[in-house]
Design a binder for this molecule. Structure first.
Ligand code: SAM
Length: 368
């Protein structure tokens, strides 16, 4: 294993980057979400696979090397990127994950999201290599349900629980439990999950995630987010709002519960500060869009990485966008004499159900 990540930057270094990179909507990019492999040991019924097209069992050869990953992060850090989250596939499938962590520049936070099955044995070495904390995906505490949702063999849930314990012991805290809510499957388990995390006294946080029904077959599992948020707010002694995606945190009976509500949510997109990188080395401006990727594998120098980084940031667009912004865009396009295109776009746009009236870019794009 290479030398450990050399520590946290001074406050001045974080606050005074060379320059922040902002997209055409004024959203600064301060975080990277890096998929380091498409391979996974689970096959969750709902998995969006970080927006990657194709299956989760591709060849290893296309995966980015630790050198490329660290070169990208080093360049991004010069422009104010201070948080990196590793994902996959299952990031712990990478035997060189510790090497990747060890060559990173100093950052404010380095985290990973894992299904936790392989975590028990790796928690300590990952921490030593520079990982600050983990998210562990855990949708249920009932073994049969866990196996049905994830396709995992019997005994796997136990491994995940041991992985969580090891992560807490190793100091990969706060550990966030990612629980994707599935109507009729696990939406009755929120309270038991809260009881599960209570003994960890704040070292484990529950993160409830709204299902992204990327496949119409999943729609039947979609929960009523508004009703859930209302009930969380009623039970909470305190509600905090995080900058990232404007996520709400509820403190309920001393337990911290966060709600991630990405669907049809223009506020979520308006506060998005992340750029994604696919396992095969492409900047990905949005989880839900695949026709604007920027290939960074061929970059031969830090300058080339910077150029591609800027290009990717310039391609960032909020996927869900408030009508107000769409109208501004329309005015700009009109000035360029493209009214017809815009009228067609607006005509085709689906109005969102929620009160803040947003349009879906997915609708727009599918009609272009
Ligand atoms: N294997 C790792 C894990 O299990 O955390 C990393 C990859 S997984 C794609 C990353 C996160 O995305 C998990 O917490 C998972 O629950 C979440 N996720 C995947 N598909 C989703 C969907 N359709 N809706 C909401 N969250 C989803």
């Amino acid at each position: 294993m290479k030398q450990k990540n050399p520590g946290k930057p001074s406050e001045a270094a974080e606050e005074n980057p060379k320059e922040f990179l902002a997209d055409p909507y004024g959203r600064k990019v301060t975080g990277l979400r890096i998929s380091i492999t498409d391979r996974c040991n689970l096959s969750c019924i709902y998995c969006h696979n970080e927006g990657a097209e194709g299956c989760t069992c591709g060849p290893i050869g296309h995966e980015m090397t630790p050198e490329l990953i660290c070169g990208i992060v080093r360049e991004a850090a010069k422009f104010g990127v201070s948080k990196v989250k590793f994902s996959g596939g299952e990031p712990l499938f990478r035997k060189d994950f510790e090497d990747i962590l060890s060559c990173l520049p100093p950052l404010k936070e380095v985290s990973a999201t894992t299904n936790g099955i392989l975590l028990e044995k790796r928690a300590k070495t990952l921490k030593a290599a520079g990982l600050d904390r983990v998210n562990v995906s855990l949708d249920t505490l009932v073994p049969e349900k866990y196996e049905a949702i994830t396709g995992a063999p019997a005994g796997s849930l136990e491994k995940v629980v041991k992985g969580i314990e090891s992560a807490v012991e190793a100091g990969l805290t706060p550990v966030k439990l990612n629980m994707v809510l599935l109507k009729g499957i696990n939406d009755n388990e929120i309270d038991s999950m809260m009881e599960f995390i209570r003994p960890y006294k704040g070292k484990v946080i529950l993160q409830l995630i709204e299902l992204m029904d990327i496949d119409p077959k999943l729609s039947k599992y979609t929960i009523d987010s508004k009703a859930l948020e209302k009930s969380l707010a009623e039970r909470a002694s305190e509600v905090r709002v995080r900058h990232l995606h404007h996520r709400k945190k509820y403190i309920i009976d001393g337990v911290e519960v966060e709600f991630v509500h990405p669907m049809d949510n223009s506020e979520f997109c308006a506060h998005c500060s992340r750029l994604r990188i696919t396992a095969d080395g492409k900047f990905k401006p949005c989880l839900l869009v695949n026709d604007n990727l920027v290939d960074v594998r061929e970059a031969r120098s830090p300058e080339e990485i910077e150029k591609l980084l800027r290009l990717a940031v310039s391609r960032r667009k909020p996927y869900y966008i408030p009508i107000k912004v769409l109208k501004q865009e329309k005015n700009q396009e009109e000035k360029k004499g493209q009214e017809e295109k815009w009228v067609q776009k607006l005509y085709n746009c689906k109005e969102e159900k929620s009160e803040n009236r947003t349009f879906s870019r997915r609708q727009e794009n599918s009609n272009e």
